[in-house]
Design a protein around this ligand. Structure first.
Ligand SMILES: [Zn+2]
Length: 160
C-alpha cells in the first residue's frame, strides 16, 4: 500500500492531470482520490459515498462518478461487474503508464505502453517487492515546441 510520501506524489500527479484536462482541482476530488487509494479491494460508489460521509466530507454522487470516471480513463481504476446491474471499482496497483512531462510548461501526458507494462509486471527485483511504478519521460510538448520555433523565427527576423 502506498505510504504517505507515495500518496503525495500520486496526489500531485492527479492535480496535474486535472489541470491538463481543464478540470478544477477541488478539495472534494483530492479527498475522493485519497479515499480510493485506501480501498484495498473492490468497492462500489455507494461505499465510497459512505466513506466520504464518515469523514464529514459530503459530496454529490455526480462528483463521485465524474472523479471515478477520470480515474478509470487514466488507468488508475478498473470497473468490474459484480451482479446483474451492480458495478464495483478496483484500484490498479501498477499505475503502469508512462508520464510524458514537458520541461517547459510542466504538462503531463499519460501514455499506455502494453509492452512496457508486460515487461514491468514480469520484472522482479532482488530483495524488493514492487507496489507500483511510475516512469516519467522529460521533454518538450508540441505546443511548446511550436512556440519555441516561432520565437526563434522572430528573433532571426529581428536580426535582419
Ligand atoms: Zn509544454
Amino acid at each position: 500500500m502506498a505510504d504517505q510520501q507515495d500518496k503525495s506524489v500520486i496526489i500531485q500527479n492527479f492535480s496535474d492531470i486535472l489541470k491538463d484536462r481543464g478540470m478544477r482541482k477541488t478539495p472534494e476530488r483530492i479527498k475522493i482520490l485519497e479515499k480510493v487509494l485506501d480501498f484495498k479491494k473492490l468497492f462500489t460508489v455507494e461505499e465510497l459515498h459512505q466513506v466520504m460521509l464518515d469523514e464529514a466530507f459530503p459530496v454529490s454522487k455526480s462528483t463521485l462518478y465524474n472523479t471515478v470516471d477520470v480515474l478509470i480513463e487514466i488507468g488508475w481504476l478498473r470497473k468490474t461487474n459484480i451482479g446483474e446491474s451492480a458495478v464495483a471499482y478496483e484500484r490498479i496497483e501498477q499505475m503502469a503508464q508512462i508520464h510524458l512531462k514537458c520541461e517547459h510548461c510542466g504538462r503531463i501526458k499519460l501514455v499506455k505502453d502494453t509492452n512496457f507494462m508486460a515487461y514491468m509486471n514480469a520484472r522482479k527485483f532482488t530483495a524488493f517487492t514492487t507496489s507500483y511504478y511510475n516512469l516519467t519521460v522529460y521533454g518538450v510538448c508540441n505546443d511548446c515546441a511550436r512556440k519555441i520555433k516561432q520565437l526563434k523565427r522572430k528573433r532571426n527576423s529581428n536580426k535582419k
